[in-house]
Ligand binder design. Structure first.
Ligand code: NAP
Length: 295
């Protein structure tokens, strides 16, 4: 698309991700100014029509919206932290990965220098940027998101999570927790079945059905968590704990690593010891919601 009325945008940071972001803006017809510490990384984008700014100050002056994608927040502060680098009124969209405290701190810093600030998290790899498969989460003032939504949509499926700048980072790590939990559980089952000669490809479709089925429980379980009431409608935690013991015993007997089910069981045992054995599984939120003793 070549839309000469598309809003100008600046991209600061042309690593693997920054190059993909700038490429997607160009493809959507946005006049795109780029800057990178190692200037040569702008060459391909310049050949595609980007303007390469000689300094970060010039890059920021070129557009009212600047998308930043550096290694970490320390790099962002090192680059942009000096007084006067960011023109007042500029909207910064920081897509650098970081934690919620860093995002909130960056928002306070932006406020002090008179810039508008949205934080963001990219839940995608560079090759899918610019397609609907690229999920990009934003948090910060809704009006700032709405003002630049149509430009940001060039990057993928964009979502505004709320005014709290820390939300994008929190959803990012929550998504990672989900991903690694599903993968680790699948690997546990795969290790068990391989002892009987069942290969990973044979088990995978069964595991996929279980994961999808369990995912269906989440909205109902979420209602229990939000209401703080955990009646055992399907199964009591102490019943689940007995099944966990079978999983541990079977793993040990077959010479398979039992650390993961031992962790499930340790958390369930603590909840049972606290008197929650007759309640339903989501009551474990009380264990997840606090640090382990001695941590
Ligand atoms: P990368 O290829 O390593 O690029 C890092 C970028 O940061 C480069 O442009 C680098 O500049 C710049 N940089 C680092 N320190 C700097 C400093 N002190 N001053 C100025 N520039 C500095 O990393 P990436 O894959 O593009 O990732 C960038 C961010 O996106 C990270 O926060 C990452 O977690 C996030 N992300 C990446 C992916 C992915 O699949 N790649 C997915 C989701 C999120 P030079 O070129 O000069 O070194």
């Amino acid at each position: 698309m070549n839309n000469t009325t598309a809003a100008p945008v600046t991209v600061i940071g042309l690593g693997l991700m920054g190059q993909a972001l700038a490429g997607a803006f160009l493809k959507a017809g946005h006049p795109t100014t780029v800057w990178n510490r190692t200037a040569a990384k702008a060459d391909r984008l310049v050949a595609e029509g980007a303007q390469s700014a000689p300094t970060v100050d010039a890059a920021l002056k070129a557009s009212p919206l600047a998308v930043i994608c550096l290694t970490d927040y320390a790099a962002v502060h090192e680059l942009l932290g000096a007084d006067g680098v960011v023109p007042a009124g500029t909207t910064l969209v920081n897509l650098t990965s970081g934690d919620s405290a860093g995002a909130r701190e960056a928002a306070r810093w932006a406020d002090r220098i008179g810039a508008r600030y949205l934080d963001g998290a990219i839940m995608a790899v560079p090759p899918v940027i610019g397609t609907a498969d690229a999920v990009i989460l934003h948090s910060g003032p809704q009006e700032d998101f709405e003002a630049h939504r149509s430009t940001l949509e060039a990057l993928g499926t964009v979502t505004h999570l709320g005014a709290d700048h820390g939300l994008a980072a929190l959803y990012d790590v929550a998504g990672l927790a989900m991903m690694w939990s599903v993968l680790n559980a699948w690997l546990q089952g795969t290790a068990l079945l391989r002892t009987a000669g069942v290969d990973a490809a044979t088990y995978a479709p069964f595991a996929q059905r279980i994961a999808t089925g369990v995912a269906e429980w989440l909205p109902g379980y979420a209602e229990q968590i939000d209401s703080g009431s955990f009646p055992a409608e399907v199964s009591a935690l102490e019943t689940d704990a007995r099944a966990m013991e079978h999983l541990i015993e079977e793993s040990r007997a077959l010479g398979v690593n039992a650390e993961l089910p031992e962790l499930f069981k340790a958390m369930a045992d603590r909840a049972i010891a606290a008197g929650h054995g007759g309640e339903q599984y989501p009551v474990l939120i009380e264990e997840f919601g606090k640090p382990r003793e001695n941590d």
